[in-house]
Design a protein around this ligand. Structure first.
Ligand code: ATP
Ligand code: MG
Length: 404
């Protein structure tokens, strides 16, 4: 374990994972693999002792490590910790240093006026019991920093002491992404447009442990090269959380032209969505994806009324996961901002759906009628060809392109 002054240690907190009973071992194995993958190139070491996850690293790597921890599904939080010898004198000194650091980081001032010390002692050979540690360390902080007061019920800051193979001292827990480690719930195929919603849908399913492939439909030359680049960038940002996204890029111009030329204008969007689902299903089966994922939200736009959603899903037997179905735009946008996709999503490039969207779309499509129009298009071989001739890009995280 690095012990030099320039060393940094982080403590990770596991959440839902700890409820997994007999399956916990498998979930933790994936979490460790994911954490190590995110930490690659930082020189940091992940060490698990007594079920506690620690990362030991050099201080220089702090920015990268904190970025990694902020993008890791499966942990509820993390804290940068100090460690010291297991003597009460060393613990008191470290608590005072931690309190001073809290005040120094309290940018506006006045945010941290009260504190308490919490202690846990796994090493029962330590001469003081938890209560004794709290009282002694609390007194040391009060004496060194008279401006701080103790409040055991609603303190502004909690300084935690853990006596293990060393003594660990930390305050200022940072929230983690929670959820389950990516890779514990199989693979799903995300229908990724260039908009705000679908990257958020992918992120939410990744948070339930799903690995993500994505499919994007474009109508080149009616949609631009920039529109495609934008989707690649969105997949890269999503790939930070999912250890890469394989993006399948499907040219749908011929399919769209067939629809436009042979179906009533009011039905074109619904029929296009049906065709997308059919193509997505064939790719999902080839790529061993167990479900489709879409960014639909009930009644957000005409194509997402419950009747039209029923039409859209009629061309696939795979489950379609729609994590945004009950969310409003403001909540979705809030998540997009938090995960770093929003700024890219609002870049003004045309999506293929927008390009062909009718002025007065059918609002409550009947599924029998939709199927009749669809059959008449005889579009199956065009869809197969489009899916077969797709491009693929492995969109993986690059530090230089990290979301801001
Ligand atoms: P967003 O585009 O951000 O997903 P939106 O409100 O614009 O949201 P729609 O355009 O109605 O949504 O599309 C609904 C869903 O259909 C999308 O969330 C996405 O999953 C899928 N979708 C739409 N256009 C495409 C496309 N060109 N390629 C792949 N999937 C698409
Ligand atoms: Mg869209």
């Amino acid at each position: 374990m690095p012990d030099s002054p320039a060393a940094a240690t982080y403590l990770l907190k596991l959440g839902e994972l700890t409820l997994k009973g007999e399956n916990r071992g498998g979930f933790e194995q994936v979490l460790r693999r994911n954490a190590r993958s995110l930490l690659k190139g930082t020189g940091a070491q992940l060490v698990v002792t007594d079920g506690r996850y620690f990362i030991h690293a050099s201080e220089d790597a702090s920015e990268k490590i904190e970025f990694a921890l902020d993008h890791l599904f499966g942990i509820t939080g993390w804290a940068k910790t100090r460690f010291c010898e297991k003597t009460i004198e060393a613990v008191c000194k470290a608590c005072v240093e931690e309190a001073r650091a809290l005040l120094a980081n309290d940018a506006g001032g006045g945010g941290v006026k009260t504190f308490k010390v919490e202690a846990r002692r796994t090493d029962k050979r330590f001469p003081l019991e938890s209560y004794g540690i709290m009282a002694t360390a609390g007194d040391a902080v009060l004496e060194a920093i008279p401006a701080l007061k103790v409040d055991v019920h609603k303190p502004d800051a909690v300084i935690t002491v853990e006596i293990r193979e060393k003594a660990y001292i930390y305050a200022g827990n940072r929230k983690g992404l929670r959820g389950l480690p990516v890779g514990t719930a199989g693979r799903g195929l995300l229908l990724l447009s260039g908009g705000i919603d679908s990257p958020v849908a992918g992120f939410l399913m990744a948070g339930r442990g799903m690995s993500i492939d994505a499919v994007h439909f474009h109508a080149y030359p009616y949609t631009s090269k920039e529109a495609r680049d934008k989707v690649v960038l969105l997949a890269e940002i999503l790939g930070v959380y999912t250890f890469g996204v394989r993006l399948h890029i499907v040219g749908f111009t011929k399919v769209q032209m067939r629809i436009k030329g042979n179906a009533p204008a009011a039905w074109t969007t619904i029929l296009l969505r049906m065709a997308m689902m059919e193509a997505a299903e064939s790719i999902a089966r080839q790529e061993r994806c167990k479900c489709l994922i879409s960014g639909e939200s009930l009644s957000q736009v005409a194509s997402q009324t419950i009747e039209n959603i029923r039409c859209t899903e009629s061309r696939t037997t795979l489950p379609i996961l729609r994590p945004l179905i009950g969310m409003d735009k403001e909540s979705i946008t809030g998540i997009a901002e938090k995960i770093g996709t929003y700024k890219t999503s609002i870049l003004p490039y045309e999506d293929c759906c927008v390009l062909f969207s009718p002025r007065h779309p059918t609002l409550r499509g009947d599924v029998e009628e939709a199927s009749a129009y669809y059959e008449r298009l005889e579009i199956g071989s065009l869809i197969k060809e489009a899916a077969r001739e797709r491009d693929e890009e492995n969109c993986s995280f690059a530090w230089r392109r990290r979301p801001s």
